[in-house]
Design a protein. Structure first.
Length: 566
């Protein structure tokens, strides 16, 4: 086999059932080998979008997403997508082209130090320079991407074109390198699990906060919540792992729960900006217990009184088992009060979504749009949310579903490619991209990819003609000087129709239900929904866009300053 054939066979054996990429001469041998094997290639219009698609496809299928990019600008275009997967800890294999080895140092076309560019934002980055070592190299890359020896994330392998064309004797190609590895689960330490159980069961106000590491631990997490009487907060990277109707769910009173908890159990969760870095200013009363299979999720920012290095599901089960028949000390008055306030706020939000008035510009409130979307979806739907303002509104108001968003990097532009990949990965489910008009512009041309490949997603653009969260910051904090924050209310429905999609422009919120029904029936489709600039999003009010010095939110920043006496 040639190396290109080896790469194609490896991808078919070990990774997703389709590849995302953009053509280029340096990778043509792989492209042709995949075609001869019958592996579909979803050809995007930009490499960044291709990587986003591979990222989402892997997340939704549970298999390794694969992106194929050519040399030079093909690799540099992919960097943002790779960086986003790196921050999100999403397993991903990116295969890049490179000029032939005999042209090294001569000024070859599209020659760049690809590996040096990728190394800081990948778990593995190497050049395949020896043809017979390519299977072993790809095997190592997949192991790194899956999190062998550390956190999961993207892996990058570049293969010079002359290496792709080289033949490798059959005896040098070992079948073992093509076989998938069984996942390795770290067993919990029984003594530490017992220590954790003692702390959790003794707490009066226990709170569990779950993260990405808890995605596959829903059953164990619910079991611990039911047994311990703790309340629960999810975060954007594990949304839906505990249903909103579970009595422990108190997401609508997040700030109160964090401020009042006397114990916080972090399940597969970093103490990053979303949790105020774990500062005593944000968690003023809490002892911490940390459970994760990643050392970095046990050691960042704050130490845990117990740090249980284990598979999250196994660790949570071990804590519950260690508690046995012990009666938890959780204050049921507190937990019931939090749940009651959560339900009251959710009911109030539902009323707001049904009746929020238009802005002074006459356009609908974003909550009216989200309310109509909620009514059109079911729990099996997949929604990719993208943007500033609309993401902030949706994070609070969107119904339970399979949820994707820009992640901890805050990477705008993921909505359209994520939804394209989701529609291909989940053909029997409703798939929606809910995106602001600014974020939509990053990858709007991928509507063409959806049309060409039959990705039956509905793309909803919340069009307020602005980078509105930044515009609000400029109005409040910069003397009202609007600079680079206003856009045109462009005709995105017209753009979509030009690319072959069903599309409508909607101004009346009462027209949304019928328009959504038509869009799902004739997907891929786009709805260009005119929303007001006058609605201030939760993140706008919290000061997130203003980037406070010490903490990500204004209230937390004030608390941090008070703690420091400054």
């Amino acid at each position: 086999m040639t190396v290109a054939e080896i790469v194609a066979r490896f991808v078919a054996a070990r990774a997703a059932d389709r590849v995302f990429g953009l053509q280029g001469g340096h990778i043509q041998p792989i492209w042709d080998a995949l075609a001869r094997l019958g592996v579909p290639v979803i050809d995007a219009r930009d490499e960044r979008a291709a990587v986003h698609m591979a990222h989402a496809y892997g997340e939704l299928t549970g298999r390794l997403g694969v992106a194929l990019v050519t040399a030079g600008p093909g690799v540099t275009n992919a960097v943002t997508g790779v960086a986003n997967a790196h921050a999100a800890r999403a397993p991903l294999l990116v295969i890049g082209g490179a000029p032939p080895r005999p042209q090294d140092g001569l000024g070859a076309l599209q020659a760049l130090p690809h590996v040096a560019l990728m190394r800081p934002i990948t778990r593995f980055a190497e050049t395949a320079r020896v043809p017979e070592q390519v299977p072993r190299l790809l095997d190592r890359a997949c192991a790194a991407a899956a999190g062998e020896g550390g956190a999961p994330g993207p892996a990058f392998v570049e293969v010079p074109t002359d290496v792709l064309r080289a033949a490798v004797p059959d005896a040098m190609v070992l079948a073992e390198h093509f076989a998938a590895r069984a996942p390795r689960r770290r067993a919990p330490d029984a003594g530490l699990a017992a220590d954790a159980a003692q702390l959790v069961w003794a707490a009066r106000r226990p709170l569990v906060i779950s993260g990405r590491g808890a995605r596959g631990a829903g059953r164990a997490l619910v079991r611990l919540l039911d047994a311990s009487g703790a309340v629960h907060l999810d975060t954007q990277d594990c949304r839906g792992v505990v249903a909103d109707d579970h009595p422990a769910s108190v997401g609508a009173v997040r700030a109160r729960a964090m401020a009042e908890a006397d114990l916080v159990l972090l399940a597969g969760r970093r103490l990053d900006y979303q949790l105020g870095y774990g500062s005593p200013a944000v968690l003023p009363n809490a002892t911490l217990v940390r459970v994760s299979d990643l050392v970095e999720e046990l050691a960042d920012n704050r130490r845990g009184a117990v740090e249980l290095h284990a598979d999250v599901a196994a660790g949570l089960d071990a804590i519950t088992d260690a508690a046995g028949n012990a009666v938890p000390a959780a204050d049921r008055t507190w937990t019931k009060a939090l749940r009651a306030e959560h339900e009251a706020r959710r009911a109030s939000l539902a009323e707001t979504m049904a009746s929020a008035p238009a802005g002074e510009d006459g356009f609908m409130h974003p909550y009216r749009l989200i309310g109509a979307v909620n009514a059109a979806l079911d729990a099996e739907a997949v929604v990719a949310v993208d943007g500033g303002d609309i993401l902030s509104f949706a994070r609070i108001a969107l119904r339970d579903c399979r949820y994707l968003d820009p992640g901890p990097l805050g990477c705008l532009g993921v909505g359209v490619p994520f939804a394209v990949a989701a529609a291909l990965a989940c053909p029997g489910r409703k798939v929606v991209a809910l995106t602001g008009d600014g974020a939509f512009g990053f990858n709007a041309l991928e509507l063409d990819t959806a049309a060409r490949h039959g990705a039956r997603a509905v793309f909803i653009v919340a069009n307020n003609g602005a980078w509105n969260i930044e515009a609000y910051d400029q109005k409040v904090n910069w003397g009202g000087r609007l600079s680079g924050s206003l856009l045109r209310r462009s005709d995105y429905a017209g753009l979509a129709r030009a690319l072959g999609l069903h599309a409508e422009r909607i101004e009346d919120p009462d027209a949304l239900p019928a328009a959504l029904a038509r869009a799902f029936a004739d997907a891929p489709a786009l709805l260009d929904v005119q929303v007001t600039r006058d609605a201030v999003s939760p993140d706008g009010r919290s000061g997130l866009a203003a980037v406070p010095d010490l903490q990500p939110l204004a209230t937390w920043d004030a608390a941090e300053r008070a703690r420091r006496g400054s």
